[in-house]
Design a protein around this ligand. Structure first.
Ligand SMILES: Nc1nc2c(c(=O)[nH]1)N[C@H]1C(S)=C(S)[C@@H](COP(=O)(O)O)O[C@H]1N2
Ligand SMILES: [Mo]
Length: 328
């Protein structure tokens, strides 16, 4: 299938990220080159002149917006961590696909108002324009948001990342971004928005990205507290009795209040200092450390302001560990 002004490249699922994983993430704002990329069906290239967005469903004023229409609307910047939940086929495996970026775009709420969204709408569905197969299923990448989140000030139809226009691989010319929620919700190559009074019924909202829960599936929405050790990395040469620092990033939909670090494989824990948060950015944590020689397993774990922490294992936000060799 082809559509005017659009073509698919590198078909099929793909993931790209920095070669040394989280240890590459040394700056507060993650440069594009170090920010992971994920796509289920392949990458879509869209001619910006052909791009448009249809807003329909439970709206008083069905609307078609072109790129120039969005560019003429008020825009805002929002800093946020950006995290992939990992494979929907292996939801308890921690993948640590994370970065911290500044998005810029038109608040989704303004577009919903312009289309005169009905008071009966309780969900907003968004669809990507790409096509292809994932897990042997050929279906549009459609996601949904409950109306409260869809109207939240941080949810944007983004045109830029870190001050640059979105590239095709990043979902340009326009993608949805849902700060605080897992990356799966931030629909790339967005082409339609539908206001509805129920959840979307496609595979990406019913079968994939639902965690097992006693009441049925729990949608993969709000990001659970998580933290990673950036430094030291397993490749670093550390010397005994030389003071160093263990540091990394902690994040979650809810602000992180404490981070603890263990230098003995979880036997004992020490409080690290935790830095501020800007919008929904990640937060820096640090702990001074003067190691003794030998093998060490370093761990970090965080707690958010409502008291939620990280499970030790078997979860996408399980505690992160790093093995370090310290020489005499
Ligand atoms: N249209 C579309 N949007 C999508 C996806 C996709 O396959 N198609 N993948 C989602 C997933 S799982 C993630 S983690 C993020 C990745 O965004 P990034 O590649 O900019 O990091 O996009 C989300 N949006
Ligand atoms: Mo993802």
């Amino acid at each position: 299938m082809t559509r005017t002004g659009m073509h698919m490249v590198r078909k099929g699922f793909s993931f790209e990220g920095p070669a040394n994983g989280v240890h590459a993430l040394k700056s507060w704002i993650t440069p594009e080159d170090d920010l992971f990329l994920v796509t289920h069906m392949g990458f879509l290239n869209i001619d910006p002149d052909h791009w448009h967005l249809d807003v329909d469903g439970l709206v008083g004023n069905p609307t078609r917006l072109r790129l120039s229409d969005l560019q003429a609307m008020p825009q805002r910047e929002y800093m946020s961590f950006h995290e992939c939940a990992g494979s929907p086929l292996a939801p308890t495996v921690a993948k640590r696909r994370i970065g911290n970026v500044v998005w810029k775009g038109v608040p989704l709420s303004l577009v919903l108002e312009r289309a005169k969204i009905s008071t009966e709408a309780s969900y907003v569905w968004t669809s990507g324009l790409e096509w292809g197969e994932y897990a042997d299923i050929e279906e549009a990448y459609q996601k949904d948001l409950p109306i409260g989140k869809a109207r939240a000030e941080e949810v944007l139809l983004a045109l830029e990342i870190n001050g640059q226009p979105l590239t095709a691989a990043r979902g340009g010319p326009v993608r949805l971004v849902v700060p605080g929620w897992y990356g799966t919700n931030s629909v790339k190559w967005v082409g339609s928005i539908t206001a509805a009074n129920r959840r979307a019924s496609g595979v990406y909202t019913t079968r994939f990205y639902n965690d097992p829960a006693p009441s049925g599936g729990k949608p993969v929405w709000s990001v659970a507290p998580e933290s990673v050790i950036v430094s030291p990395s397993p490749n670093d040469l550390l010397l005994a009795d030389v003071p160093t620092k263990i540091w990394g990033w902690a994040w979650g939909d809810v602000k992180i209040s404490t981070v603890e670090v263990s230098v003995d494989g979880g036997g004992s824990w020490q409080r690290a200092t935790v830095g501020p948060r800007n919008d929904r950015s990640w937060q820096l944590f640090e702990l001074p450390w003067t190691p003794v020689s030998g093998q060490h397993v370093l761990l970090c774990r965080c707690t958010n302001e409502v008291g939620e922490g990280q499970p030790p294992s078997a979860a996408r936000n399980a505690v992160h560990s790093v093995q370090i060799q310290v020489s005499i």
